[in-house]
Design a protein. Structure first.
Length: 249
Protein backbone atom coordinates (compact mmCIF):
# COMPACT_ATOMS: atom_id res chain seq x y z
CA UNK A 1 0.00 0.00 0.00
CA UNK A 2 1.56 3.29 -1.12
CA UNK A 3 1.62 5.98 1.55
CA UNK A 4 1.99 9.68 0.83
CA UNK A 5 1.56 13.16 2.29
CA UNK A 6 -0.28 16.14 0.82
CA UNK A 7 2.01 18.31 -1.31
CA UNK A 8 1.40 21.32 0.94
CA UNK A 9 2.48 19.39 4.03
CA UNK A 10 5.75 18.37 2.38
CA UNK A 11 6.30 21.96 1.22
CA UNK A 12 5.82 23.35 4.75
CA UNK A 13 8.46 21.02 6.19
CA UNK A 14 11.02 22.17 3.61
CA UNK A 15 10.25 25.88 3.97
CA UNK A 16 10.74 25.57 7.73
CA UNK A 17 14.24 24.23 7.06
CA UNK A 18 15.23 26.63 4.29
CA UNK A 19 18.63 28.31 4.23
CA UNK A 20 19.77 31.69 2.86
CA UNK A 21 22.05 30.05 0.28
CA UNK A 22 19.14 28.34 -1.44
CA UNK A 23 20.74 24.89 -1.31
CA UNK A 24 17.44 23.46 -0.08
CA UNK A 25 15.40 24.48 -3.13
CA UNK A 26 16.35 21.72 -5.59
CA UNK A 27 15.70 18.82 -3.18
CA UNK A 28 12.53 20.55 -1.96
CA UNK A 29 11.15 20.87 -5.49
CA UNK A 30 11.98 17.21 -6.17
CA UNK A 31 10.32 16.03 -2.94
CA UNK A 32 7.16 18.09 -3.45
CA UNK A 33 6.77 17.32 -7.16
CA UNK A 34 7.48 13.59 -7.07
CA UNK A 35 6.26 12.09 -10.34
CA UNK A 36 4.21 15.18 -11.25
CA UNK A 37 4.95 17.39 -14.21
CA UNK A 38 7.02 20.44 -13.13
CA UNK A 39 4.89 22.57 -10.81
CA UNK A 40 4.17 26.21 -11.69
CA UNK A 41 2.05 29.00 -10.27
CA UNK A 42 -0.89 30.55 -12.11
CA UNK A 43 1.52 33.42 -12.86
CA UNK A 44 3.91 30.94 -14.55
CA UNK A 45 6.51 31.10 -11.75
CA UNK A 46 8.42 27.86 -11.14
CA UNK A 47 7.85 26.09 -7.84
CA UNK A 48 11.28 27.17 -6.57
CA UNK A 49 10.27 30.84 -6.85
CA UNK A 50 7.09 30.20 -4.87
CA UNK A 51 9.01 28.37 -2.16
CA UNK A 52 11.48 31.26 -1.93
CA UNK A 53 8.60 33.70 -1.39
CA UNK A 54 7.29 31.59 1.46
CA UNK A 55 10.75 31.20 2.97
CA UNK A 56 11.12 35.00 3.02
CA UNK A 57 7.69 35.42 4.65
CA UNK A 58 8.48 32.67 7.17
CA UNK A 59 11.18 34.83 8.75
CA UNK A 60 8.41 36.69 10.60
CA UNK A 61 5.37 34.47 10.12
CA UNK A 62 4.55 30.85 10.93
CA UNK A 63 4.31 28.41 8.05
CA UNK A 64 1.83 25.55 7.98
CA UNK A 65 -0.27 23.39 5.69
CA UNK A 66 -3.97 23.46 6.66
CA UNK A 67 -6.14 20.71 5.14
CA UNK A 68 -9.59 22.37 4.90
CA UNK A 69 -12.88 20.56 4.36
CA UNK A 70 -16.32 22.02 3.50
CA UNK A 71 -17.49 22.28 7.11
CA UNK A 72 -14.11 23.59 8.33
CA UNK A 73 -12.18 26.04 6.13
CA UNK A 74 -9.38 26.11 8.75
CA UNK A 75 -9.40 29.88 9.17
CA UNK A 76 -8.75 30.55 5.48
CA UNK A 77 -11.24 33.16 4.27
CA UNK A 78 -12.22 34.78 0.98
CA UNK A 79 -11.32 33.37 -2.45
CA UNK A 80 -8.34 31.52 -0.98
CA UNK A 81 -10.64 29.67 1.41
CA UNK A 82 -12.94 28.57 -1.40
CA UNK A 83 -10.02 27.29 -3.46
CA UNK A 84 -8.42 25.59 -0.45
CA UNK A 85 -11.61 23.74 0.48
CA UNK A 86 -11.95 22.55 -3.13
CA UNK A 87 -8.34 21.33 -3.12
CA UNK A 88 -8.42 19.93 0.42
CA UNK A 89 -5.05 21.50 1.20
CA UNK A 90 -3.07 24.72 1.11
CA UNK A 91 0.25 26.25 2.13
CA UNK A 92 0.03 29.27 4.42
CA UNK A 93 2.11 32.02 5.98
CA UNK A 94 -0.75 33.64 7.95
CA UNK A 95 0.66 37.17 7.75
CA UNK A 96 0.51 37.43 3.98
CA UNK A 97 0.39 34.35 1.76
CA UNK A 98 -1.83 31.42 0.84
CA UNK A 99 -0.99 29.01 -1.99
CA UNK A 100 -3.39 26.32 -3.19
CA UNK A 101 -2.32 23.44 -5.47
CA UNK A 102 -4.77 22.72 -8.28
CA UNK A 103 -4.15 19.15 -9.43
CA UNK A 104 -5.11 17.82 -12.84
CA UNK A 105 -4.55 14.06 -12.84
CA UNK A 106 -3.89 12.10 -16.02
CA UNK A 107 -2.62 8.70 -17.08
CA UNK A 108 -3.62 5.35 -15.58
CA UNK A 109 -3.43 3.57 -12.24
CA UNK A 110 -0.21 1.93 -13.44
CA UNK A 111 1.30 5.12 -14.86
CA UNK A 112 -0.32 8.07 -13.06
CA UNK A 113 0.67 11.67 -13.63
CA UNK A 114 -0.44 15.11 -12.57
CA UNK A 115 -0.19 18.71 -13.69
CA UNK A 116 -0.05 20.92 -10.60
CA UNK A 117 -0.64 24.66 -10.69
CA UNK A 118 -0.35 26.69 -7.50
CA UNK A 119 -2.79 29.58 -7.15
CA UNK A 120 -1.25 32.26 -4.93
CA UNK A 121 -3.29 34.66 -2.81
CA UNK A 122 -1.67 37.63 -1.12
CA UNK A 123 -3.96 37.83 1.88
CA UNK A 124 -3.75 37.29 5.63
CA UNK A 125 -5.40 34.27 7.23
CA UNK A 126 -6.10 32.99 10.72
CA UNK A 127 -5.58 29.21 10.81
CA UNK A 128 -5.34 27.47 14.19
CA UNK A 129 -1.72 26.77 15.12
CA UNK A 130 -1.66 23.22 16.48
CA UNK A 131 1.49 21.73 17.98
CA UNK A 132 3.05 18.30 17.39
CA UNK A 133 1.99 17.42 20.95
CA UNK A 134 -1.63 18.12 19.91
CA UNK A 135 -1.14 15.89 16.89
CA UNK A 136 0.32 13.03 18.91
CA UNK A 137 -2.61 13.17 21.32
CA UNK A 138 -5.14 13.08 18.47
CA UNK A 139 -3.40 10.14 16.81
CA UNK A 140 -3.28 8.23 20.11
CA UNK A 141 -7.03 8.76 20.58
CA UNK A 142 -7.77 7.88 16.95
CA UNK A 143 -5.75 4.66 17.21
CA UNK A 144 -8.16 3.37 19.86
CA UNK A 145 -11.11 4.06 17.57
CA UNK A 146 -9.27 2.70 14.55
CA UNK A 147 -8.31 -0.60 16.16
CA UNK A 148 -11.94 -1.36 17.04
CA UNK A 149 -13.20 -0.34 13.61
CA UNK A 150 -10.47 -2.16 11.69
CA UNK A 151 -10.91 -5.36 13.70
CA UNK A 152 -14.65 -5.40 12.99
CA UNK A 153 -14.10 -4.72 9.30
CA UNK A 154 -11.17 -7.19 9.26
CA UNK A 155 -9.27 -5.15 6.70
CA UNK A 156 -6.17 -7.32 7.01
CA UNK A 157 -8.16 -10.36 5.79
CA UNK A 158 -9.75 -8.85 2.69
CA UNK A 159 -6.91 -6.44 1.88
CA UNK A 160 -3.69 -8.39 2.56
CA UNK A 161 -1.61 -5.50 1.22
CA UNK A 162 -2.74 -3.45 4.24
CA UNK A 163 -1.83 -6.03 6.89
CA UNK A 164 1.78 -4.89 7.30
CA UNK A 165 0.78 -1.24 7.65
CA UNK A 166 -1.92 -2.09 10.18
CA UNK A 167 0.66 -3.94 12.27
CA UNK A 168 3.05 -0.98 11.94
CA UNK A 169 0.49 1.40 13.47
CA UNK A 170 1.71 0.25 16.88
CA UNK A 171 5.30 1.26 16.08
CA UNK A 172 7.17 4.49 15.39
CA UNK A 173 8.52 3.19 12.10
CA UNK A 174 8.41 5.88 9.41
CA UNK A 175 7.42 4.46 5.99
CA UNK A 176 10.17 4.73 3.37
CA UNK A 177 7.90 6.70 1.03
CA UNK A 178 7.39 9.31 3.76
CA UNK A 179 11.06 9.46 4.80
CA UNK A 180 12.03 10.05 1.17
CA UNK A 181 10.16 13.36 0.87
CA UNK A 182 11.05 14.97 4.21
CA UNK A 183 14.07 17.23 4.83
CA UNK A 184 16.89 15.56 6.71
CA UNK A 185 16.83 18.24 9.43
CA UNK A 186 13.21 17.56 10.40
CA UNK A 187 13.15 16.28 13.95
CA UNK A 188 12.39 12.62 14.59
CA UNK A 189 9.14 13.13 16.52
CA UNK A 190 7.59 15.13 13.68
CA UNK A 191 8.73 12.48 11.18
CA UNK A 192 7.17 9.72 13.26
CA UNK A 193 3.93 11.66 13.64
CA UNK A 194 3.69 12.27 9.89
CA UNK A 195 4.40 8.60 9.18
CA UNK A 196 1.82 7.32 11.62
CA UNK A 197 -0.80 9.82 10.44
CA UNK A 198 -0.24 8.85 6.79
CA UNK A 199 -0.65 5.16 7.66
CA UNK A 200 -3.76 5.83 9.72
CA UNK A 201 -5.42 7.87 6.98
CA UNK A 202 -4.62 5.38 4.22
CA UNK A 203 -5.89 2.38 6.18
CA UNK A 204 -9.08 4.17 7.26
CA UNK A 205 -9.72 5.27 3.66
CA UNK A 206 -9.24 1.67 2.54
CA UNK A 207 -11.71 0.42 5.15
CA UNK A 208 -14.24 3.11 4.19
CA UNK A 209 -14.26 1.75 0.66
CA UNK A 210 -15.88 -1.51 1.85
CA UNK A 211 -18.44 -2.37 4.52
CA UNK A 212 -16.45 -5.49 5.37
CA UNK A 213 -18.23 -7.56 7.98
CA UNK A 214 -21.10 -5.11 8.56
CA UNK A 215 -24.35 -7.04 8.94
CA UNK A 216 -26.79 -4.16 8.52
CA UNK A 217 -27.02 -0.52 7.42
CA UNK A 218 -26.87 0.82 10.99
CA UNK A 219 -23.67 -1.09 11.71
CA UNK A 220 -22.12 0.13 8.47
CA UNK A 221 -23.08 3.73 9.30
CA UNK A 222 -21.60 3.49 12.80
CA UNK A 223 -18.39 2.03 11.50
CA UNK A 224 -18.20 4.60 8.73
CA UNK A 225 -18.59 7.45 11.22
CA UNK A 226 -15.79 6.02 13.37
CA UNK A 227 -13.47 5.66 10.40
CA UNK A 228 -14.22 9.19 9.16
CA UNK A 229 -13.27 10.43 12.62
CA UNK A 230 -9.99 8.56 12.26
CA UNK A 231 -9.31 10.22 8.89
CA UNK A 232 -10.02 13.65 10.37
CA UNK A 233 -7.69 12.98 13.30
CA UNK A 234 -4.94 11.74 10.99
CA UNK A 235 -5.15 14.82 8.78
CA UNK A 236 -5.22 17.13 11.81
CA UNK A 237 -2.07 15.42 13.03
CA UNK A 238 -0.41 16.03 9.66
CA UNK A 239 -1.19 19.74 9.98
CA UNK A 240 0.18 19.82 13.53
CA UNK A 241 3.39 18.08 12.48
CA UNK A 242 3.92 20.59 9.66
CA UNK A 243 3.21 23.78 11.64
CA UNK A 244 6.30 25.84 12.43
CA UNK A 245 6.69 29.15 14.26
CA UNK A 246 8.49 32.14 12.68
CA UNK A 247 12.17 31.50 11.98
CA UNK A 248 13.27 34.61 13.89
CA UNK A 249 11.56 33.42 17.11
Amino acid sequence: MHLSLPRSVVAATWIAHSDPRGDWLAPAVEAISGDDEPHRTTGSEPLAALLSRFAAAHVRSPVLAPLPVPHDPAGIGGPAGIAAVDAGECLVCPAALVAVPEVLAFGSALEPGAIVTWEVFEQPSNPPLATPADGRRMVAEALVVAVDALESVDVARWRPEAAEDIAALATNEVPASIEAVLPGQLDRRRRELLGRAARLEAIADLALADDGAAVNVWQADQRGAALRHVVTAARTAMVAASTFGPRES
